[in-house]
Design a protein around this ligand. Structure first.
Ligand SMILES: C[S@@+](CC[C@H](N)C(=O)[O-])C[C@H]1O[C@@H](n2cnc3c(N)ncnc32)[C@H](O)[C@@H]1O
Length: 303
């Protein structure tokens, strides 16, 4: 029997966004089965183990946080298998999951997905145009991360907006190699997360594999990039994060985005009011409330 969900740390019923503080394994166990359309997961990469890297031209030790320390290959794999199984349970039959990682974790993720019977769809190479130099000069510069996209199981008929992706790619089929810049300065203005993903990456993922109103879940929410992007694209979203500091950063980012949208909508409202043309504003409450968002469904009913 699933446990009950704890009180959320952030809840916006109007836009169907919720963030929980805690271990994602506990949260996932409390979510009803087959209730989520898409999972995006950016789990610990287990790479904070005393190595060195180059940051802002200086040699620094790789320490993203204690949550990112390796517990040994078997234990890391057991953890990956546990949270992936929990995500698979809550995915709808045609739902899909995206998981990002470097070599430290992604092979374990891919193997766990095969063990659990996910249907592997693509492995995306996310290419970073300006990677930090390799200080040891004993390896190639690390310039990519892999993002595995998989459907719940072999029978799933996953969502893929093929035409939209082709249009976005100037009329050519989009390849599995994506060149996307790291987060822009505006994405970090409320504070820094050591492994923050760019909004542009999440935009591509959500546009490719979800519809408006779909429920998106991020078990390792970090600075809230997935929830923020879901809000921008009118998807519902749930997130889970261990750290109070990162939760607070997420909330600041999401609230600031909401304020900006409300402000731009008030400007539209003002200019519409100048126009004496009568219009039905009942459901178009939607266009004033938030352009395009009419009646959101409740977060997967009972969530
Ligand atoms: C790789 S980061 C995610 C970054 C995020 N994608 C972003 O754009 O900001 C992983 C996050 O998972 C959190 N975390 C680690 N273990 C967790 C667990 N068992 N349950 C929930 N969150 C966890 C960490 O605190 C960290 O913020």
């Amino acid at each position: 029997m699933p446990n009950s969900l704890p009180a959320p740390a952030f809840d916006d019923p109007k836009h169907h966004l919720r963030l929980y503080q805690g271990d994602c394994l506990d949260l996932l166990a409390a979510i009803p089965p087959s209730s989520v359309d898409l999972v995006f997961a950016d789990p610990p990469y287990f790479l904070s183990n005393g190595g060195i890297t180059c940051h802002a031209g200086k040699m620094v030790s790789v320490h993203k946080g204690d949550w990112d320390k390796s517990r040994g290959p078997e234990s890391n794999h057991e953890f990956n298998r546990a949270w992936l199984a929990a995500c698979q349970r809550i995915l709808k039959p045609n739902g899909s999951i995206w998981v990002s990682g470097t070599a430290h974790v992604i092979h374990s993720v891919g193997f766990a997905m095969q063990q659990l019977g996910f249907k592997l769809l693509n492995d995306i190479s996310w290419v970073k145009p300006n990677p930090p130099p390799n200080l040891s000069c004993r390896y190639f510069t690390h310039a990519t991360e892999t993002i595995i996209w998989a459907a719940k199981d072999k029978k799933s008929r996953h969502t893929f907006h093929y035409k939209l992706m082709k249009e976005t790619n100037r009329g050519k089929q989009m390849k599995s190699v994506w060149e996307i810049r790291p987060p822009e300065p505006w994405e970090k203005r409320f504070g820094k997360h050591p492994t923050q993903k760019p909004v542009a990456l999440l935009e591509r993922i959500l546009l490719a594999s979800t519809n408006e109103g779909d429920v998106v879940l991020d078990p390792f929410a970090g600075s809230g990039t997935t929830l923020l992007t879901a809000f921008r694209l009118r998807r519902q979203a749930l997130g889970c994060e261990l750290s109070a500091e990162f939760l607070s950063l997420s909330i600041r980012r999401i609230c600031s985005e909401m304020v900006q949208i409300e402000l731009s909508v008030s400007r539209i409202e003002f200019s519409l009011d100048l126009d004496s043309d009568p219009m039905d504003r009942s459901c178009s409450g939607r266009s004033l409330d938030r352009p395009g968002l009419c009646s959101g469904r409740g977060l997967a009913g009972s969530l």
